[in-house]
Design a protein around this ligand. Structure first.
Ligand code: SAM
Ligand code: DTB
Ligand code: SF4
Length: 351
């Protein structure tokens, strides 16, 4: 697709269209690029929960906030595989493995994640990971294991990001997205509304996402789930109209992307969610839990899909499956795709 550079003014004009005009326009764009009766369903698995050293103001998993979550070390490969199979049996085409890490560290835990990716890809499911910051070499290892997508949200505008998180910078997020882009893994990046940001921050966030080249293949729009114990525990939840406005604008400025109606669905009625689908959302997270917070029951989702005549997207319908490279020597793999060979008595170095 030809590249277009979006300005704040252009995006703001779209965002501020009269509501019915906006959702009509968004629906037209949606139909031009997607089957409007198809929605992609993902399941989240929190493979490592809580105890995160970061200070993201919205997050119940940050160690420094006193929230009522059950902390867990990294799950075993077999436990994760069993959960993925359960998700597949209830209609998910993708699993998203989430870890409460600041960044990926090479070693046993990452080796296990690589194995999880390999095993779930073999089940003919798309695998997404959201593990925090990632180096290029680590992204390459995930690619070799068959990873389909990497989620790394920019969360808000660059300006508001600093209000929400102090332990890393907006540019660190962009750097990780760039590292993922050096591989064939697809990019999933979006943000949260309802954190106290202004309209200009929502527009600024969409400008960054829309001007990425290529644009992210997936953009989650989360509505803040205010969790007791986090600095944002008292935030007022966003209205359905704001959520639909955000989704419709995302659809127009990112026409090809899969727009994910993500956290905050429990705050929306079936009719509210229907408006989101009409305005261009074409993906959800299914299962009664997101990572740590509640999500609608999968039977409720399937009832709504039945009512609306929505069918679910098959795995690898949008992008082909990649070959899984079998594990050989993870130490060599960790060094990159082309490690220099040396005599066994010497160390292997990166070429
Ligand atoms: N630690 C990794 C990271 O920060 O990239 C991965 C996990 S993190 C929980 C994934 C995303 O979940 C965050 O970027 C944020 O957008 C979203 N999120 C976390 N807590 C949320 C909340 N209370 N409400 C809505 N979205 C939330
Ligand atoms: C995304 O944008 N939202 C999902 C997924 N990507 C990883 C996570 C939402 C988490 C909501 C808070 C929780 O359940 O802990
Ligand atoms: Fe940690 Fe991710 Fe939560 Fe931030 S959003 S505190 S990095 S788990």
């Amino acid at each position: 697709m030809e590249r277009k550079m979006w300005t704040d003014t252009e995006i703001s004009e779209i965002y501020n269209l009269p509501f019915l005009e906006l959702i009509h326009k968004a629906s037209l764009v949606h139909r031009e690029h997607h089957d409007p009766n198809k929605v992609q369903v993902s399941s989240l698995i929190s493979i490592k929960t809580g105890g995160c050293p970061e200070d993201c103001g919205y997050c119940p998993q940050a160690a420094r906030y006193h929230t009522d979550i059950e902390k867990n070390d990294l799950m075993s490969v077999s436990q994760v595989k069993a959960q993925a199979l359960r998700a597949k049996s209830t209609g998910s085409s993708r699993v998203c493995l989430g870890a409460a890490w600041r960044n990926v560290k090479d070693g046993k835990d990452f080796d296990d994640v690589i194995e999880m990716v390999r095993e779930i890809t073999k089940l003919d499911m798309e695998v997404c990971c959201t593990l925090g910051m990632l180096t290029e070499t680590q992204a390459k290892r995930l690619e070799e294991a068959g990873l389909y997508a990497y989620n790394h949200n920019i969360d808000s505008s660059e300006e508001y990001y600093q209000e929400v998180i102090s332990t890393r910078a907006f540019d660190d997020r962009i750097k990780t997205i760039d590292n993922v882009r050096k591989t064939s893994i697809t990019v999933c990046s979006g943000g949260i509304i309802g954190m106290g940001e202004e309209e200009k921050d929502r527009i600024g966030m969409l400008k960054v996402l829309a001007n990425m080249y290529p644009q992210p293949e997936s953009v989650p729009i989360n509505s803040l789930v205010p969790v007791e114990g986090t600095p944002m525990e008292n935030q007022k939840t966003v209205s359905v109209f704001e959520m639909v406005r955000m989704i419709a604008t995302t659809r127009i400025v990112l026409p090809e992307t899969q727009v994910r109606l993500s956290a905050g669905r429990t705050q929306l009625s079936p009719e509210g969610q229907t408006l989101c689908f009409y305005a261009g959302a074409n993906s959800i997270f299914a299962g009664d839990k997101l990572l740590t917070t509640p999500n609608p029951d999968v039977n409720e989702d399937m009832r709504l899909f039945g009512e609306l005549g929505i069918t679910t997207q098959k795995p690898f319908e949008k992008h082909p499956k990649r070959e899984v490279v079998e594990a050989s020597d993870s130490k060599i793999e960790a060094l990159g795709e082309n490690p220099r060979w040396t005599r066994p008595s010497k160390k292997t170095e990166e070429a």
